[in-house]
Structures are given as C-alpha cells and as structure tokens.
Design a protein around this ligand. Structure first.
Ligand code: NI
Length: 179
C-alpha cells in the first residue's frame, strides 16, 4: 500500500478541543495506522518529542513519540489506548514543553517510573516499563487524552500567567499584520 504522509494542522491553547476526554479506539486498523503516521510526520515538522491526537483535532486515544536525541537513530512509539497500570511512588521533576503551549516551559513532577499497557501499530497488546524521558513523555501525552495540559500541573499563579500570555499570543496571531 502506498501511503502519502501528511502534516496536520496543530491545535494551540486555548482551545476547547484540548480540554476534552478522548475516546478509545476499537482496534488499530489502516485508518488508525494512517493517523499515527500523519501524527508522527506532524510531530517531526514541529520539532516535537511527542504528539497526542487531540493536538491535531482528533478526539481519540492515539499518541506518537520519538524519544531519541538529535544524533541518535529514531526511537519511535505509536500507541493506541495507552494506560498506566503501575506508577512508582518516587517522583521526578522534568522541564516540560508542549507544541500546543508554544514557547512556555516549566518543571512538572510525575512518577519517575511507570508500567504501561497499549495497542501497538499491529493492534497487539503490549506492556512495557518506562523511565526517564519515555516515562515523562508518555504521561504528558496521556494527559492530553484526558484533556489535561502540563500547565494544569502548575500552581494557579503560574498557570494563569501562562494562560493569559497564550490568549494574547492567539489574538496577536489573528490580527492582520500592520502595513
Ligand atoms: Ni503536549
């Protein structure tokens, strides 16, 4: 099958589509595989580490990630219905950013290690353990599937400052450029 990958338009906060809980997929079929491929293409085009379906306006439980460093071979994950089935009591803080929250970064504390269950690209059930960047990334992306952004983990004060700036940035982008 010849499949042309496409870069999808990104949903940027504030947007009600980022606040919605996404629906599970029934199975990973050709339609979902195409969505995963397009999402990965979009993620690369935007220089992201991970991407969740609601970020491209699709309300289903699909995420993609490439956690490799710039000089490494890709380490790609394409997951449907990812679910944390165990989390470590130890927490770890990591500076997070998000393609839907452009130009803002903040430390977020999450369980350092997790066990994860998901459907892979071949519709097989997988269980893996994740730590380090993968653990951070997966938890961040699963949050998206539940309508949660990383800024929702911050104090109300910090969150409100960023939220106000996002509204301003969106207004500025919508205004016609001055000639
Ligand atoms: Ni994100």
């Amino acid at each position: 099958m010849v499949s042309i990958m496409a870069v999808l338009p990104l949903v940027v906060a504030p947007d009600p589509r980022l606040k919605k809980k996404a629906q599970s997929v029934e199975r990973v079929d050709d339609t979902i595989r195409k969505q995963m491929d397009d999402m990965l293409e979009t993620m690369y085009a935007e220089n992201g580490l991970g991407l969740a379906a609601p970020q491209v306006g699709i309300s289903n439980r699909v995420i993609v990630m490439d956690i490799a460093r710039r000089d490494e071979e890709p380490i790609i994950f394409k997951m449907a219905n990812p679910e944390v089935i165990w989390e470590s009591p130890e927490l770890k803080s990591y500076e997070e950013g998000c393609l839907s929250v452009p130009e803002h970064y903040a430390d977020v504390e999450r369980p350092a290690r997790i066990k994860l269950r998901y459907l892979d690209y071949e519709n097989e059930i997988r269980e893996i353990e994740a730590d380090d960047v993968l653990a951070v990334c997966v938890q961040h992306e699963i949050d998206h599937l539940n309508g949660i952004l990383f800024i929702d983990h911050l104090s109300a004060l910090k969150r409100n400052i960023i939220a106000r700036k996002l509204v301003k940035a969106k207004k500025a982008a919508a205004e016609p450029a001055a000639v």
